[in-house]
Design a protein around this ligand. Structure first.
Ligand SMILES: Nc1ncnc2c1ncn2[C@@H]1O[C@H](COP(=O)(O)OP(=O)(O)OP(=O)(O)O)[C@@H](O)[C@H]1O
Ligand SMILES: Nc1ncnc2c1ncn2[C@@H]1O[C@H](COP(=O)(O)OP(=O)(O)OP(=O)(O)O)[C@@H](O)[C@H]1O
Ligand SMILES: [Mg+2]
Ligand SMILES: [Mg+2]
Lengths: 262, 262
């Protein structure tokens, strides 16, 4: 059974999509079959992997409505061991549609569970990474209910730090009400700029509060990372030697060691 | 009657809050009475102006539910000519509550209109800036229905550019259905880094598509801007000589010239 990680943080622009794409690519590069679920109506994870509009005829939207199986909606990314269930703008209407549905917070969980069973094509993945939109809405809630743990990308900025306590409270609430097994996989510091003392301050603050939950690996601010999506490629493929790519490879290594120790 | 501008962009982390706070401060500095409406449940605009939890007993949430008048919910920012209607986390529940209500997309418009009339304390402001959350949900929709125009902060990055066409289509749809007078006030390029060729490329692309709608003033990436919120002050007060503050003063000048020419 795949380990499901939700990349969640209601603060916008902190590196959720960039971490989903590049961590998934790094896991795939070391032989772990990985699936990304793009739960953001913006569809940045799909675009960042070069999935054209024409290849998104079945998306996460149809899966949530129960009109398509997860396995059938997954498309190859062109990178060995990495598939993605893309998203389209239809997803932005899903919020209001899901509200009226049965088990509205469990739609994604049920879609994953439906794949386990004798009649179904199994979800043959070691990891499923769910890229969430920048809000704590029904889409992010579905991701947290379906997930084994939440991986929190955190930008080293004041506003991002302010939102962390709200996010942790929300995870706590989901654990008590909808998903008792939900854990925090870890917090990864992103867009770290050595020249900016605010980054050091925020990093120290977060480590003081969350200790070992904060990955040792810190993702540096690196322009090659922000250039890669315009070529429809992860940074690891666009420029595997750049500091950003190396950091995501290290993060994948740290995550896998963490998993072996579990 | 105040001119109402919605600071909107569903892409996260593009500088909506930073632009709302610093543009409002610059307008206030030249004598324009200005009111910020914090429509983001994260409450970053409120925190960035140093509004403590205790001063948020009446917030935009009560105003949207019709339980409080806009004028009574406005609190001083400590900066002459600048007030704010703060937000609290209660606002994150508003989405599901508003869905069931009458005129759910017009709640903010009606709250502003209620202030105009013989019995009411008038909304004595030249400008109202509405800081939107990173999504095209009912809160952002309320802001666009209440607004005379949308001011679009745009980060010079690929993912931010990808979201622009969706945002422009949404503005178009709101103009055709709910608010025929809705205009685009302009697009302001934010976090511009001269050393990063991607920024130049994105800026050229946007100016080619939108021409004069893109402000000449470009806001540079400037660490003093991201430090200011941790002191509860706008960059213009924290460090009025830094490149970021100077850029926001220039933007205010450009906006006021634009308004005089209207
Ligand atoms: N380490 C990095 N160095 C430089 N740029 C980065 C880095 N990580 C992300 N970026 C860029 O910063 C922007 C924000 O990142 P991203 O879109 O991944 O964040 P997000 O949290 O998914 O945003 P949203 O909240 O809108 O979903 C993007 O333009 C991305 O290319
Ligand atoms: N010109 C700038 N230079 C440096 N940092 C900036 C600049 N503008 C904004 N920032 C920082 O970038 C981060 C994102 O900006 P901000 O929070 O204003 O964006 P936003 O669009 O309001 O985000 P959200 O989508 O979460 O509401 C903040 O930490 C802010 O301090
Ligand atoms: Mg994203
Ligand atoms: Mg904001």
């Amino acid at each position: 059974k795949p380990r499901v990680l939700a990349l969640a943080n209601q603060k916008g622009g902190v590196g959720k999509t960039t971490t989903a794409i590049n961590l998934a690519t790094a896991l795939a590069a070391v032989g772990m079959r990985t699936l990304i679920l793009d739960m953001d109506p913006q569809g940045n994870a799909s675009t960042g992997l070069g999935i054209g509009r024409h290849a998104r005829s079945t998306s996460i939207y149809e899966v949530l409505l129960g009109e398509a199986d997860l396995v059938d909606a997954a498309v190859p990314s062109g990178i060995p061991n990495l598939d993605i269930v893309p998203s389209t703008i239809d997803l932005s209407g899903a919020e209001l549609e899901l509200v009226e549905m049965e088990r509205r917070a469990h739609r994604l969980r049920d879609a994953i569970d439906r794949q386990v069973g004798p009649t179904k094509k199994p979800l043959d993945y070691a990891y499923i990474l769910v890229d969430c939109p920048p809000s704590l809405n029904l889409l992010s809630l579905n991701a947290m209910v379906a997930a084994d743990a939440v991986l929190v990308p955190l930008q080293c900025e004041f506003f991002a730090l302010e939102g962390l306590s709200l996010l942790l409270k929300t995870i706590e609430r989901v654990r008590h009400t909808l998903n008792p097994g939900l854990d925090i996989q870890g917090v990864v510091l992103t867009m770290f700029d050595r020249r900016n003392n605010l980054c050091d301050q925020v990093a120290r603050d977060v480590r003081a509060h969350l200790g070992a939950k904060v990955y040792q690996t810190v993702i540096p601010r690196n322009v090659r990372i922000s250039e890669a999506p315009s070529h429809g490629k992860p940074a690891l493929i666009y420029d595997y030697r750049c500091p950003g790519s190396e950091a995501y490879m290290r993060l994948a290594g740290e995550l896998l060691r963490q998993e072996r120790a579990r």
